[in-house]
Design a protein around this ligand. Structure first.
Ligand SMILES: Cc1cc2nc3c(=O)[nH]c(=O)nc-3n(C[C@H](O)[C@H](O)[C@H](O)COP(=O)(O)OP(=O)(O)OC[C@H]3O[C@@H](n4cnc5c(N)ncnc54)[C@H](O)[C@@H]3O)c2cc1C
Length: 307
């Protein structure tokens, strides 16, 4: 991460990154989800910002909030297929973050509890992919949940990692896959460093996954690559719009592009994060600012223009 972004004090990070956060309660986030659906025909995946866990109480509170999120989604007036999915990060439920691989104490138990409640209530989950120390743990947790009969859980694969080519072959049959370039900066020995190359791999892997019968969630704000996915990969494989969707982050200005996709009958979903404990939200927000520092100027400009 850019050292300057690391130096910005937490309250300022929170201020500048606010376009990316849907509110500071589950009710506020659900209101955003329903508005996006009503006004723009967009689907959502709801995420609690909960990283950098320091105490067992925080880990437990995150689990409790996810169980409440399952209930809130199940109670949504939207038709079941239109209800949000939930996105979760394994690191949210442990005070033993993985620095060198291994087992994340507490994470699998929490993920299992959420998956069980989600299955009971007909709610779909996606397990986000974190930095490289988490990849083995996360993929193995997903496999064991799948083997335990949880078929409504999707995974995320990061095309920047060289290992992903092999990980594709190990995926449980039919698992839903969100393809991303990956937001964590990884060393050149294990990952691509060139963004266009990562995006070319998104197209290449999307084709492999579609051919193998996976549902593909193409997550990128790069209009040119989204267009190539829709205009080259999808027709080449010959699948219909029930086999894929396009995903973007809440707060990234892509209104016109998404409206255009919707007008063509393409499913589009926004990743909608909310925060209850702001300390646990700061890591996510710093990553967003690191990825797109221009946000600092955009927010400042909007503020000045309002006066
Ligand atoms: C729905 C979703 C879920 C994700 N889940 C994960 C995950 O689980 N694990 C993971 O490692 N990564 C995840 N990511 C992040 C992803 O890996 C990329 O870091 C991110 O999408 C940026 O890459 P890009 O393909 O959009 O291309 P970029 O080249 O970064 O972006 C294309 C253009 O979009 C605009 N843009 C991009 N980001 C922003 C921004 N923050 N604010 C304003 N404009 C912006 C810029 O104009 C930029 O030129 C997710 C992304 C999305 C959309």
């Amino acid at each position: 991460m850019n050292p300057l972004i690391r130096l910005i004090p937490a309250p300022l990070v929170r201020f500048f990154a606010r376009p990316y956060v849907a509110g500071d309660s589950l009710a506020a986030a659900m209101a955003v989800v329903h508005r996006l659906h009503r006004e723009r025909g967009l689907l959502a995946t709801l995420d609690l910002l909960a990283e950098d866990i320091r105490t067992p109480e925080q880990a437990q509170a995150n689990l409790d909030t996810y169980l409440q999120m399952v209930d809130a989604v199940a109670a949504s007036p939207l038709a079941p297929a239109e209800r949000p999915t939930l996105s979760l990060k394994p690191s949210s439920y442990t005070i033993a973050p993985l620095q060198h691989g291994g087992d994340a104490a507490g994470s699998l138990a929490a993920m299992t509890a959420i998956a069980e409640r989600a299955r009971e209530r007909g709610v779909r989950l996606t397990v986000d992919m974190e930095g490289r120390h988490w990849t083995d743990f996360t993929l193995s947790a997903l496999r064991s949940l799948h083997e335990a009969g949880h078929r409504d859980i999707g995974c995320v694969l990061q095309t920047r990692l060289h290992r992903t080519e092999k990980d594709l072959d190990q995926l449980p049959a039919g698992m839903r896959v969100r393809l991303v370039i990956g937001i964590y900066r990884e060393p050149a020995e294990i990952a691509l460093v060139d963004k266009p190359a990562m995006k070319e791999r998104m197209l290449q892997f999307a084709e492999v996954l579609l051919r193998r019968g996976h549902y593909v969630e193409f997550a990128s704000h790069d209009d040119a690559y989204v267009r190539r996915f829709l205009g080259e990969v999808v027709p080449k494989v010959g699948v219909g719009p029930d086999r894929f969707e396009v995903q973007m982050l809440y707060g990234v200005p892509r209104e016109r592009f998404l409206a255009d996709l919707r007008s063509k009958g393409i499913r589009a979903r926004l990743y909608v994060p909310f925060a209850v404990g702001w300390a646990m939200a700061i890591q996510y927000l710093r990553r967003r600012l690191d990825e797109y520092p221009a946000m600092v100027w955009l927010v400042t400009k909007n503020l000045l223009l309002r006066r």
